[in-house]
Write a protein that binds this ligand. Structure first.
Ligand code: XMP
Length: 317
């Protein structure tokens, strides 16, 4: 029978034998998979593992600082890289969803390559790949597709020439969480909703600017904090907000306003392949809508997405 303790012991022994005294570099995303994989590798080889956590300017409010802090607390040897401006520059004027993904993926590769080239004697690339990523095509939109297209155009980035170590590639998501809990990783990381690699970049419909990111971060923060405060967060598989590329008329005092619309989305799912919209309580939605409109400058209307997947996808782009 599979147990997390047996898995952890076997995995650590295997990693030690495989890696020996070599160095491993690994990109962290703040998500469950990369965090668990890094912790496992760190248990095996300690500070021979060097982690890189990139601020792409498309993360949730305060996420970079909070997650970086958690990683340091966990004892990981982690380098935080502020690359916000590089991503905003790469995204300037780009409106097509796939072009945005590509711009974000390529910017990430450049930043990660630059950072890993600063390190000496690295032989391995650590990855948080899990079993469904191996068997399914869910990574079609993910980083591997980006890497593939990059590979087709020019030479491989240097870090891609490293040997890959993927300690979670036989596990399903629930097993990864179990392993993470057994490794005593904080619940704020283990229990967190999935979040797409391109982040808020694909939740801002149309072109992305630093100002729009700020607006959406505030909206998203009110929504997610509201879910947590109301005990609803763990009943939802994934939730987030979209900033729509339209304005609508509103009224504030005796002034007419003409401002942005945001859409809230909360879905239930097992693996993201299909999803149902969640029937959040009206009182909750009403309160969140009021909070958003009162507190976030430039937003005067909130709508709730009641579409399921298929035919709608979870993300809007
Ligand atoms: P969709 O929108 O396709 O999303 O129903 C299914 C799940 O995948 C996530 N997603 C992504 N994750 N890079 C990622 O790493 C991407 O480009 C990407 N697009 C969607 C989405 O958040 C959901 O969990």
């Amino acid at each position: 029978d599979w147990t997390s303790d047996v898995f952890i012991d076997a995995s650590i022994a295997d990693l030690k034998a495989k890696i020996g005294s070599d160095k491993v570099v690994m990109g962290l995303s703040g998500g469950v998979d990369s965090s668990v994989a890094a912790t496992l590798i760190h248990r095996a080889i300690g500070d021979q593992l060097i982690c890189v956590f990139v601020d792409n300017g498309l993360l949730r409010k305060n996420e970079f600082e909070e997650v970086l802090d958690s990683y340091k607390h966990m004892g990981l040897n982690v380098i935080g890289v502020d690359a916000k401006q590089k991503f905003y520059d790469a995204l300037a004027g780009v409106t097509d969803p796939e072009a945005k993904r590509k711009a974000i993926g390529n910017a990430f590769i450049e930043v990660f390559d630059e950072e890993s080239n600063k390190l000496e004697g690295v032989k391995w690339l650590g990855q948080g790949t899990i079993y469904p990523d191996v068997i399914e095509s869910i990574s079609v939109k993910g980083p591997s597709a980006t890497i593939k297209s990059h590979h087709n155009v020019g030479g491989l980035p240097d870090f891609m020439k490293l040997s890959v170590v993927e300690p979670l590639n036989t596990l399903f998501k629930d097993e990864v969480r179990e392993v993470g809990r057994a490794l005593e990783i904080v619940e704020t990381i283990i229990g967190r909703h999935p979040f797409p690699g391109p982040g808020l970049g694909i939740r801002i419909l149309g072109d992305v600017t630093a100002e729009k990111v700020k607006t959406l971060q505030e909206v998203d923060h009110i929504f997610i904090k509201g879910l947590k405060d109301s005990g609803l967060y763990d009943q939802v598989w994934q939730a987030g907000a979209m900033l729509l590329p339209i304005q609508s008329v509103g009224v504030m005092g005796d002034e007419r306003t003409y401002e942005k619309v945001v859409a809230l989305r909360a879905v239930g799912s097992v693996d993201g392949m299909t999803a149902d919209w969640i029937h959040l309580p009206y009182e909750f939605l009403g309160k969140i809508s009021n909070d958003i409109i009162n507190k976030v400058k430039g937003v005067n209307r909130v709508v709730y997405d009641i579409s399921s997947k298929p035919p709608a996808t979870i993300e809007w782009e």
